[in-house]
Design a binder for this molecule. Sequence first.
Ligand SMILES: [Zn+2]
Length: 468
Amino acid sequence: MRINRRSMAVLAALVSVLACAPTDEPPPRAAAGRHAGAPGIGDTDFPRDGNGGYDVANYSLTVDYTPASKRLTGVTKIHAKATQDLSSFNLDLTGLDVAKVTVDGDPARFSRKGGELTVTPAAPLVADSPFTTEISYSGTPAPAKDTANLGTYGFIPTADGAFVASEPNGSKTWFPSNDHPADKATFDFTVTVPAGLTVVANGEQTAPPATSGGRTTYRWSERHPMATYLATATIGKFQVREGRSRGGIPTYAAVDPRFKTSLDKVYDLSGEITDYWSTVFGPYPFSSTGGVVDDYSAGYALENQTKPLYGGFDPDEGIIAHELAHQWFGDSLTIKRWKDLWLNEGFATYAEWLWSEHKGKKSADAIFKDFYNRGAQDPVWAYPPGRAKPGDLFNESVYTRGGMTLHALRKAVGDPAFFKLLKTWTAQHRYGNVTTRQFVDLAEKVSGKELDPLFDAWLFQPRRPTLA
Ligand SMILES: [Zn+2]
């Protein structure tokens, strides 16, 4: 995720309105039943996000959407495994009407409360057993406007379709899920829209678009584990360019006709940058890369897996470098708790500085010094980036001070150890979930140095660290 600077003023105004802390809510109560699954996955900053008692392996989403009426009809099939005996379990879903739920093919009872859909199977589920649940639902999706300091996110209807960017917890605005990054799964998408529109989802197309009766069905599949917030099925009029990067990675770029002059640039830079990051961060973790520019003025870009989405602006190479670095830091390696968000944003911000250095522009060291020299009273020093606050998740400190943390580390351990660490980190935790503690431990192991004081000063203290 990166805020587009041109929209910063507007977003700063929004932040003051929207910075409500979800921790103000009372903690969730367990649903009735001796073996009820928890209504939250255990992230105390976002107590209702995700759910406990099961682990999803695959989402198979079937969605039919009509922009003119804003009506969505969906069937979500979830393959999961119970991690405990379950008399009932929860899914996250807001604002859409549920018509029917089955578990292993049998009708199940269900109830709704807030963003929780509680499902009670006809027979309890047994710990460690796989199960399948299918939810039929419909309605008019309403995007999320709270929880984070980012304005509007989730499934956002546009004039010609929908802009779908769900960080941190907006997937529940368009499909029922275990909506927290700690539960990653593969995804299959079957999305039907009026003929003439294009659907851009994650991964690769598994069949050519098929049109019948004035409607076209697109099939996409992301075979690598993905956090729910990275799932997209962005819909609209798009101009598309497909091919391969010089390094051989399949590349897909799509732009709204308003941005047609950006198509070749987005295509070329996405391939070039993905190839370059593959030499710096380790092998590209997914089967394709690319980028999508829609005409919805979100004021931000989101690193949707395999296809970053740029909301209403022509992206420069810094922001493309940022979103594609997230394919390693955020998408392949996914945070287990939102408080560790600097592991995404600090790394992606530092990647912008590395890209600048690579292109012979300003060095990472010069950029670091510019930020440091803003002075000890700069607001980033009062906000420790190693502990992202739920009501102010995307604070600038998580980005710039997070990036500065990595530069301070690089200077402390030297370039060989630093770049070896980045590749070791992405290899050891490929497709998994990560924590700050794991990164600090690995940094100490790879460098052979005691680094707790450095990380403590840069990540956890509410003041500007002194330079060594
Ligand atoms: Zn980002």
